[in-house]
Design a protein around this ligand. Structure first.
Ligand SMILES: [Zn+2]
Length: 246
């Protein structure tokens, strides 16, 4: 058995047997981890509130070869997001982010960029709870981008020419981007404004992005149609926690 200690963010937790809990965490150094916390449901559990969803913790666990489920040996709170947990809208977005990260993160495989992106989004959400649809689009674009599944709207997939930052881009049914000259007849078109917003997500941290951009309903919907198609294609289903109004 190997003892691993790493920063982790709790994505969800559920009961197991009489007194235990299973926690699903995204860790900084071990990717997605499912762990048993023994005795976590007892009144005087040594884990306290550390295993509540979206708590940032220093997690220690014992890893066994060929075992998917590890055993929690320690969990120390680094940061709690009390404000978020108390808001219904924030709780919805966190559940959505948790579901998608669980689907996208490779188990037991380090993906520090994904860990940093998720924790930065949660942090941004706490400081600016009002701008949630904008943050949701940012999160979706980056989740897809880190998985190598987000189209590069800077380059035409057909002729390789650079698509100007001020122009619209066409996407075919496969969601490949095209310049105006190469666009297939039945392509859908992303407005120059949507392209500009997408490019801004690539360059800014989530906190900076939502401070500088408040997406209108139309902008959010236009980008959402694209990200939801890409996500549904990647996981082969619609996310359970995707709320229609988002
Ligand atoms: Zn082209």
């Amino acid at each position: 058995m190997r003892l691993v200690t790493t920063d982790a963010i709790v994505l969800r937790s559920y009961n197991l047997a009489e007194s235990d809990r299973i926690v699903v965490c995204l860790t900084r150094t071990s990717g997605l981890v499912r762990a048993v916390a023994k005795g976590a449901r007892r009144m005087k559990s040594r884990f306290g509130a550390a295993l509540e969803p979206f708590t940032l913790i220093r997690l220690s666990f014992h890893e066994r070869e060929n075992r998917d489920l590890v055993t929690v040996s320690g969990a120390e709170i680094l940061k709690s997001y009390f404000k978020l947990a108390g808001s219904f809208e924030s709780a919805e977005i966190l559940a959505y982010m948790g579901e998608l990260v669980t689907e996208f993160a490779p188990p037991h495989e380090t993906d520090e960029r994904l860990f940093r992106m998720l924790t930065a989004c949660v942090e941004a959400l706490e400081y600016q709870t009002a701008n949630q649809p904008t943050l949701t689009r940012y999160f979706e674009i980056w989740l897809l981008r880190l998985a190598g599944l987000f189209p590069d709207f800077r380059t035409c997939a057909e002729c390789g020419t650079t698509i100007p930052a001020t122009a619209s881009a066409a996407v075919d049914v496969e969601l490949r981007p095209f310049c105006s000259a190469c666009a297939p007849v039945n392509a859908s078109v992303l407005s120059p404004q949507a392209i500009r917003i997408i490019r801004a997500t690539h360059q800014l941290s989530p906190a900076k992005f939502i401070a500088e951009h408040v997406l209108s309903d139309n902008e959010s919907e236009e980008i959402g149609v694209l990200t939801h198609r890409l996500i549904t294609r990647a996981i082969d289903r619609r996310p359970r926690t995707l709320v229609a109004s988002r």
